[in-house]
Design a protein around this ligand. Structure first.
Ligand SMILES: [Zn+2]
Length: 571
């Protein structure tokens, strides 16, 4: 290939954080003007990749800067300027380039799946939907605002409903109940506002689908989420398999919990406390210790992956400590041009921090592995498999949590951490089924579901079907409004089943590792390196797993999890 101006774009975007559209725009114009032929497509894609990489990385770096220091006004300003000035025209130009490539008709090597995604975007794109999508986004922001404003008086202080959560782990049952009730009452105060918002969400979504020529919102959303490898019927089969296989296993876990807590029935405030009344695990003193022990664990999982983590330590790509003026939560992002991931979290010394670092590191390893693919679009992976990368790492690392293997704990503590982890995963599937089945019902029965009281009834019915172990007696209103408290239902419809699928993939990777760790980890790495160049079933197969929704696949996973729980408890 001959030289192009795109080769002069920097190797990372550190120096581009103040670039405006005046600097980025000409590169897009250059690409848009080109004549495409079978011979020129590779150069076109290579240059487009360089441009997408630096824009993507500029966005990531600007966003990271706002989260590592929320008090940095200049960082916030730069980030908003980018969103207002660079992002909209770049999206528009990206769409033009996709259409240009589609019109040309050439299918470059290992580009079938990226092209399928582009075609799907082009198919549902309608000028008339642009303002509706903005309206939908504004409704989501309104939902976030309502939830974010939910504060209560506790111990003479005003705190958020989320900040009450640690009290649900208290061994004092009365204290747990009063914290839970205070939160529930506050959430019920917003019932009317969320019901009104729901009506607007439903209206906008019906219009989006109709404008794009779909009979119902779900078919539209399926395309928008680029779900090519499974159907709504598959999801329903998944729900049925969960009902058949996971619900009985989860009921056994809850029954054990009930006995250990020595209570007549499990109430909603009995689900987070340690059933043996032990204090929380305290795995590390400071983030240096967290980092060093994690590094050792990854070496045990696989030296190659351990090497990636060491690179992140060496290059300052981890911001782990909780400190003043840091945004909440944790994430892994990517600097696409530099081909490096970045992990952000707020460690305070809990086991959850260990779990978060293992999880986010799985995402980071994915970024390293797929960075060898030549084109930007080949590196984009759907959540169904991205979460296999991260969730499988939680399980692959779990045998090394004890100090004797480089980890954090005595062997009894490590066993406790693993039991909690596996139990949480088993309990997740039924809840996921409630959330997903609810939404299928909503968009199959849109006119009924416009009425919040019908949604209440449906939610209750699904909770009784999938989570019968919680005793909601006397808490009717709290029970039926559970769908108000699940943000995905409101702001990112249908986006949830992905976690259930990924969890099933992750357990299968771990199952292989029990028999042959080097082989299982090698397959995992090869699957990660495929990026988004093959279908979901092929990604799962490469990782040594089956992309399945059937009871048999689920049963084999759940049996292994339950057996492991029993073995760990018997230690
Ligand atoms: Zn994740």
């Amino acid at each position: 290939m001959e030289v192009s101006v795109f080769d002069a774009l920097p190797k990372d975007a550190k120096g581009l954080m103040d670039w405006s559209w005046a600097e980025f725009g000409p590169y897009y114009d250059d690409l848009i003007r080109r004549q495409l032929s079978a011979e020129t497509v590779p150069r076109f894609l290579a240059d487009w990749t360089r441009l997408s990489e630096v824009i993507d990385e500029t966005y990531s770096r600007l966003h990271v800067a706002t989260t590592v220091n929320t008090a940095d006004r200049q960082a916030e300003q730069r980030y908003h300027t980018f969103l207002d000035v660079v992002y909209p025209p770049s999206e528009d130009a990206e769409q033009k380039l996709k259409q240009k490539l589609l019109a040309q008709g050439v299918v470059p090597d290992r580009f079938e799946v990226p092209l399928l995604k582009m075609r799907s975007e082009a198919e549902i794109y309608r000028e008339a939907n642009v303002p509706l999508l903005i309206q939908e986004h504004k409704l989501s922001m309104e939902y976030d605002k309502i939830i974010g404003a939910q504060t209560v008086q506790w111990d003479g202080k005003e705190i958020t409903v989320v900040q009450l959560r640690p009290i649900y782990q208290s061994i004092d049952r009365h204290l747990r109940e009063s914290a839970w009730s205070v939160a529930a009452q506050r959430q019920l105060d917003d019932r009317g506002s969320i019901d009104r918002l729901w009506d607007e969400f439903m209206g906008v979504r019906a219009k989006l689908a109709a404008n794009a020529g779909f009979h119902d919102y779900r078919s539209y959303r399926w395309k928008q989420l680029k779900r090519f490898d499974y159907t709504p019927e598959d999801c329903k089969r998944f729900h049925e398999a969960i009902e058949q296989v996971v619900v009985p296993a989860a009921a056994r876990i809850c029954e054990r919990r009930r006995k250990l807590l020595n209570v007549a029935n499990l109430r909603p405030w009995d689900l987070d406390v340690d059933p043996l009344g032990k204090p929380p695990l305290a795995p590390f003193q400071d983030v240096t210790e967290l980092q060093n022990r994690a590094a050792e664990i990854f070496q045990h999982v696989d030296p190659r992956l351990g090497g990636y983590f060491d690179t992140m330590v060496r290059e300052g790509l981890l911001d782990l400590e909780n400190r003043k003026n840091k945004a909440p939560g944790g994430y892994c992002t990517e600097f696409a041009a530099a081909k490096r991931p970045f992990i952000f979290m707020n460690a305070v010394g809990l086991h959850d921090d260990v779990q978060t670092l293992l999880h986010e590191s799985g995402h980071a390893f994915h970024a390293f592995e797929r960075s060898g693919l030549p084109y930007y679009q080949q590196r984009q992976v759907g959540m169904e498999f991205s979460e296999v990368a991260s969730m499988a790492m939680e399980l692959l690392a779990s045998p090394y949590l004890a100090a004797e293997a480089g980890g954090f704990y005595s062997s009894a503590e490590a066993a406790r951490a693993r039991v909690e982890h596996l139990e949480r995963w088993i309990l997740f599937w039924p809840y996921m089924a409630v959330v997903d089945a609810f939404q299928h019902w909503v968009y199959e029965n849109a006119s009924e579901a416009h009425r919040p009281s019908n949604c209440d009834t449906q939610w209750k019915h699904l909770c009784e079907r999938f989570m019968p172990w919680v005793d909601w007696a006397g808490l009717e209103q709290e029970l039926v409004t559970g769908w108000h408290r699940k943000l995905h239902i409101h702001t990112v419809p249908f986006y949830y089943v992905e976690y259930g699928m990924a969890q099933l993939g992750a357990v299968q990777v771990w199952k292989n590792a029990i028999v042959d760790q080097p082989g299982a980890v090698a397959a995992y790495g090869q699957a990660l390196a495929l990026g988004g160049t093959v279908s979901l079933p092929d990604l799962f197969t490469a990782a040594g797993a089956k992309f399945g929704f059937d009871a048999a696949t689920l049963d084999s996973a759940v049996s292994l999890m339950e057996q492991t729980i029993h073995a760990l408890n018997a230690r």
